[in-house]
Design a protein around this ligand. Structure first.
Ligand SMILES: [Zn+2]
Ligand SMILES: [Zn+2]
Length: 315
């Protein structure tokens, strides 16, 4: 039966009580084991009370809100699970954390998710993505609040996510289905990992969908620098033209930087997105097409908005 801690108590008083308990405990040295165990129980409880009493005055009393409040005090910082154990004052803090991350739409990433992305980037020798991940230096039992606001569509997405997760089918099929259900929107690596039932292959599958099947899934290191690490956007619900696939990310990024992240025909860039404008994203176009021996080189590629890219292919 979980015991509720009392975070509103005075930390000084709690510490004194704990010291008294421990002093009394040391005098039990010769007692029977069970007597010593029972004598230590109140000290355990007191230690928890002390931990949860340290949060600032006005922090909500329930453990889940306290865990969230702690993350919000340190956004973008790597937080160890043990810290959450201390300030939550409860044993099953990890369940509250899971609720915050999954149901409630807080962008709290675990080290496991970043480890999967790192492994997939290593296998693909993607130095760009590796460099992004190394910045964080996060281990499996650690967590980061990567965006300090709640995802407003969390409940809706959680519903879609669970619907797809329950179905039969490969990890690749499920990931693609989820991305297409959220085309144009940011999807987190945490969601994709959950979809894959925590199998680490999810990060490789996302990469294959992008680099081999030609689904325009943008990431921070593949041309959408304003995205956070571990966030994916299916820019258009349509596979790329065969000849536009397989452009290596380092080349892609060089072309985008050279063209100032703007369409070379009209100057459109992502900051100009508006509901009535059919221009929605940027794509790379081969000047000499693959079938005419055009290469994936910076010189043979240009940046176009989707409208001008469509235009080039029609003419
Ligand atoms: Zn254009
Ligand atoms: Zn093209």
């Amino acid at each position: 039966m979980p015991r509720r801690s009392r975070p509103s108590e005075n930390p000084e008083k709690l510490r004194d009580e704990l010291v008294t308990l421990l002093n009394n405990f040391s005098s039990l040295r010769t007692s029977e084991l069970r007597i010593r165990v029972l004598a230590l129980v109140p000290a355990f409880h007191k230690l928890r009370d002390l931990g949860s009493s340290m949060m600032p005055i006005g922090t909500p009393e329930n453990a889940k809100d306290r865990v969230l409040a702690y993350f919000q005090l340190y956004p973008q910082k790597v937080i160890h699970g043990d810290e959450l154990m201390v300030i939550s004052g409860i044993g099953e803090w990890s369940r509250r954390l899971r609720e915050l991350r999954k149901q409630d739409g807080w962008w709290i990433y675990s080290g496991n998710t970043f480890a999967d992305i790192r492994e997939a980037a290593k296998a693909a020798r993607d130095t760009l993505e590796l460099a992004e991940i190394e910045v964080l230096d996060i281990r499996p039992e650690q967590y980061v609040l990567t965006r300090n606001e709640q995802d407003r569509e969390a409940a809706h997405r959680w519903h879609i996510l669970n619907g797809i997760r329950k179905r039969e089918g490969s990890v690749t099929t499920k990931i693609l289905e989820y991305l297409r259900a959220n085309a144009g929107k940011e999807v987190t690596g945490e969601e994709l990992r959950y979809l894959a039932r925590d199998k680490s292959e999810w990060a490789r599958r996302v990469r294959e969908l992008r680099t081999e099947a030609g689904w325009p899934i943008a990431t921070k290191s593949s041309g959408l620098p304003e995205l956070r690490i571990g966030v994916y956007v299916l820019e258009r619900d349509q596979q790329s033209e065969e000849h536009d696939r397989h452009i290596p990310d380092p080349i892609r990024v060089k072309v985008l930087v050279r063209d100032n992240f703007s369409c070379v025909e009209c100057g459109w860039n992502r900051s100009m997105v508006s509901p009535e404008d059919p221009r929605r994203f940027l794509e790379l176009h081969h000047l000499a097409q693959h079938k005419n021996k055009g290469q994936n080189t910076v010189e043979n590629l240009i940046t176009l908005c989707n409208v001008h890219h469509d235009g080039r292919h029609r003419s």
